[in-house]
Design a protein. Structure first.
Lengths: 92, 467
């Protein structure tokens, strides 16, 4: 249970840090913020890689591969589309 | 320093870069760099993970990465800016599904090894699967509604809330028994787990179908938050802090955007989730507009009003984006500016179909971001503004919001009626999502320029040039 408690500490503190940082993002950037957040939630690719690395049989392996593909869509698609949008934001 | 130590430090480095990257989104000038920093953080995390693990069989990993990169890259390049809500919606779903699959794959692995697992891991697997699956199926319903594949009207049926509550209770029981099976190290948690996943899929669908199309900005913001929470839960499953931190950041971001959207629509989160509002259900006072006369103006007349103003504020609404008229709008604004007129844009938080959507659409039309002002920044300026040009917006400029009797009472609006004159470009006098009449259209200083936003805007470009 100790490891889990440390995890909860990390989670709570990261949420507070996120709140501080994100509250100050101006409304102009809310769409890129959301698509960028999409990309960051693709971090589950790390989980998918860790699990997939350990297995070499049937179902678990393919579920892992599917998880990798879906997370990778988020990562690549999310960062690229956010970049495409932010490139258009220009000052006078 | 051994390899696993170096990998842990890389994860810490990634986590820090994610926070700094998000911090740079606080200004449009640094935002692009911030996003690239976050992408670098992701690359570091992926490379560190690949180096750290003894990969038994790389086939599935390589195929997964290649397919994901190809599909994600194609989607990012092809998507129209008007379709951003759909893209974000479907990405939320993929993120949720990936986290749920991580939990499922880990469960399968534990099941095949047959080890007893601590309670903590059982809880994490169940939570990760639950949040991830609900996010997945809910996001696909939201995507269908945005895309028009499923009716945008709220879909309701008797005992809907009772059914949802029943499903939730069932999930608690099933989740509890999965944890129990883990505790004793029993094999064959699979059947229970499959039923659990199926029920979670159904719950995700049932939670989103009663929500109307107009409320989708709230829903995709909330699902965005869930996709982050699912990633955090997956972090607990594999004991990885970088997942917990990144997921928490996304969870916080989605929740903040959800609350901003709720406030802009004057609704509580509970009201959005259970209110089944946003379709034609509100048959509220259509108003007796028989005795009221709206003054109509032709493009030439509107151009005259605009050309002889000193300050103009443009209020774009979703009608503008639907008609794809943002480029023509910019031409009108450019022309006015060449005459030395001060032109600004007032953006209501729900002007587009997701938070900040209208700003992206205008940025695409090369409107500089320092001319875009949000509600709080510009509302005090309207009484000093000569002309307001409202394009395809309705509820967000309805002064009825200040009338305590109205169904939209208290909704934050742009007080355009305070300007010296108002031009409203709109197809007809029809009502907006709230289904109520807009007194602004009948005011003495308001002129209605009827027509499709793109055609009317083209006429206006020509007339302003000649004026």
């Amino acid at each position: 249970m100790g490891e889990m408690l440390v995890g909860i500490y990390v989670f709570v503190l990261a949420t507070l840090a996120g709140r501080e940082v994100i509250t100050k993002v101006p409304p102009t950037l809310h769409t890129p913020l959301m698509s960028g957040a999409n990309a960051i939630s693709g971090i589950s690719i790390v989980g998918a890689l860790v699990v997939s690395a350990q297995v070499n049989e049937g179902l678990a392996q393919w579920l892992g591969g599917l998880a990798i593909a879906l997370a990778m869509i988020n990562v690549v698609g999310g960062f690229m589309v956010t970049d495409r949008m932010l490139e258009m934001f220009k000052k006078r | 320093m051994n390899l696993s130590m170096a990998v842990e430090i890389s994860y810490l480095f990634s986590s820090v870069l994610f926070v700094i990257g998000l911090k740079r989104l606080q200004s449009p000038a640094t935002a692009r760099g911030g996003n690239q920093l976050a992408a670098l953080a992701m690359l570091v995390a992926i490379v560190a993970t690949l180096l750290n693990n003894q990969i038994v069989d790389p086939t599935a990993i390589l195929i997964g990465m290649a397919v994901g990169t190809l599909l994600g890259g194609t989607a990012a390049r092809m998507v129209q800016m008007t379709e951003m809500p759909e893209l974000v919606g479907i990405f939320n779903g993929f993120g949720g599904a990936a986290s749920a699959l991580v939990a499922a794959a880990e469960l399968l692995r534990l099941d095949s090894v047959g080890v007893t697992s601590p309670l903590g891991e059982g809880i994490s697997i169940v939570l990760s699967c639950l949040i991830g699956t609900v996010t997945f199926s809910g996001s696909f319903v939201a995507f269908g509604k945005l895309k028009g594949l499923i009716s945008g009207n709220p879909i309701t049926f008797p005992l809907q809330k009772t059914l949802n509550a029943g499903l939730f209770l069932g999930l608690l029981l099933l989740g509890g028994s999965i944890m129990g099976l883990f505790q004793v190290g029993a094999l064959n948690t699979l059947t229970t787990f499959s039923i659990f996943t199926a029920v979670a899929l159904a719950l995700g669908i049932l939670l989103v179908i009663p929500i109307g199309g107009a409320d989708m900005p709230v829903v995709i913001s909330l699902l965005n938050s869930y996709s982050g929470l699912a990633a955090s839960a997956a972090g607990f499953v594999i004991g990885s802090n970088v997942l917990i931190i990144s997921g928490a950041l996304v969870g916080a971001s989605g929740l903040i955007l959800t609350l901003i959207m709720c406030k802009a629509m004057n609704r509580s989160l509970g009201n959005v989730a259970f209110g089944a509002f946003g379709g034609e259900s509100t048959s509220a006072a259509k108003g007796d507009d028989s005795d009221k006369i709206a003054r109509s103006v032709d493009p030439e007349g509107a151009a005259m009003i605009l050309a002889y103003a000193q300050s103009v504020v443009i209020v774009p609404g979703y009608g503008l984006a639907v008609a794809q008229a943002q480029h023509e709008l910019r031409k009108v604004a450019d022309n006015l500016e060449e005459r030395g007129i001060d032109v600004k844009y007032a953006i209501h938080p729900v002007a587009g179909r997701m938070p900040g959507h209208m700003n992206v659409l205008l940025a695409e039309a090369d409107v500089p971001y320092d001319k875009l002002f949000d509600l709080d920044e510009i509302n005090d300026d309207f009484d000093r503004t000569d002309v307001v040009l409202v394009v395809g917006a309705n509820d967000v400029v309805n002064p009825e919001a200040h009338n305590p009797q109205s169904v939209i009472a208290g909704m934050p609006i742009l007080d355009v009626d305070k300007a010296k004159s108002v031009i409203v470009m709109k197809r007809s006098l029809s009502t907006g999502f709230a289904g109520i009449d807009n007194p602004l259209f009948y005011m003495n200083h308001t002129s209605m320029l009827f027509g499709d936003a793109k055609e009317a805007m083209n006429d206006l470009v020509r007339e302003v040039r000649e004026a």
